[in-house]
Design a protein. Structure first.
Length: 359
């Protein structure tokens, strides 16, 4: 089974696999590591432009380790799951201080690197046999082996790791690892799998049993609750925007964002806590919804001009809209907030252009 599965999969990969991904040229440990962290819970098509921009800004491990945390988070803006960026930065500094790992155990000891990610790095960066089990691979193996217990269950995980180990060959580790991930991403897809194009369909138990659509089995998720929040768009008399650094952990951890308030009842107290006071009336300027893994955010944006309260310094940062809307903002921003800023900056620029033409 092992040899036959791997041989068929590698033969398919040679003809139809992805050979032009940017982290494959060159396939260095640094580039592979960054790509694997970005690919956690994120599709290849989304990752590619972020990876290319990240490599332009931080082409080496030393440059990433030496960078400020805000610069790293800025390059991650819009990619989501920002703990990945913070862990990437911490791991870079640790590797510069210690050494670059070459084993699965060494990579797995770094912040943000789990067992499957560590194995993928070792297999692709060093071409050494290492067993991976990411989301795509779980789907392939659940179907091929007709594993019909909930994929999140510990016993199912052990079964899938065993199936992955059985099928992983000793040779062509880098190619096999990419091949099985490619198979799950492009052929053995979650919806509308292309079984007619699958190189291992002939002994896929789910296909033989007519159960492809029902595997892998996932526990039914509870409906996500909605959290309603006010985001405060606070400008000074020069048109600079006030941003507040969020706590290092939790939602949007470590990013600069618009101050948040649960309801209008708490706005004055919230401003006082920021050492600011309102200089004109509130006005609503927009709204957005954003889905997190465990809840949906329903955000209303309200704007006002503010001034420092008394002699106190405001407890946050002031930035010009143009800098925040640039391709390399000075701070890391949550994706939805970055979009709002770009839209507002674009609208303001259009108004100014119209005014200049009228003059």
């Amino acid at each position: 089974m092992t040899a036959a599965f791997a041989e068929r999969l590698l033969g398919w990969f040679d003809r139809h696999g992805r050979h032009d991904l940017p982290w494959q040229h060159p396939r260095s440990p640094y580039r592979v590591w960054v790509s694997e962290i970005m690919l956690q819970q994120t599709q290849v098509a989304t990752v590619i432009p972020y990876f290319e921009r990240f490599m332009e800004r931080f082409p080496t491990l030393d440059e990433l380790a030496a960078a400020q945390a805000d610069a790293v988070l800025s390059s991650w803006t819009g990619l989501g799951y920002y703990a990945r960026a913070r862990n990437l930065h911490l791991a870079a500094r640790r590797m510069v201080a210690e050494d670059l790992p070459e084993t699965v155990e060494g990579w797995a000891a770094l912040p943000g690197v789990g067992p499957s990610t560590a194995a993928a790095i070792v297999a692709q960066a060093f071409d050494r046999r290492a067993v991976i089990l990411d989301g795509n691979v779980k789907r392939v193996l659940s179907r091929h082996g007709a594993v019909d217990t909930p994929v999140e269950a510990a016993a199912t995980q052990r079964r899938l790791w065993a199936l992955a180990d059985e099928r992983t060959p000793d040779d062509r580790a880098a190619d096999y690892t990419q091949a099985i991930m490619d198979l799950g991403a492009t052929v053995c897809r979650r919806g509308q799998p292309l079984c007619a194009h699958c190189p291992v369909a002939s002994d896929c138990l789910a296909r033989v049993q007519g159960r492809v659509a029902e595997l892998p089995v996932k526990r039914r998720r509870k409906a996500r609750p909605t959290r309603r929040r006010l985001l405060l768009w606070l400008e000074d008399e020069a048109g600079q925007l006030f941003l507040e650094k969020r706590p290092p952990s939790g939602i949007w951890g470590g990013l600069a964002s618009l101050p948040e308030c649960a309801s209008t009842d708490g706005i004055d107290e919230r401003l006082a806590g920021l050492a600011l006071e309102r200089d004109d009336d509130w006005r609503e300027i927009g709204r957005f919804r954003h889905a997190f893994s465990h809840f949906e955010l329903d955000a209303s944006l309200i704007a006002a001009r503010v001034v420092p309260r008394g002699l106190a310094e405001s407890r946050g940062e002031w930035h010009g809209l143009d800098a925040l809307a640039s391709s390399h903002p000075p701070v890391g921003l949550p994706g939805p907030v970055a979009r709002v800023i770009r839209e507002r900056a674009g609208a303001l620029s259009a108004i100014q252009d119209t005014a200049r033409r009228d003059d």
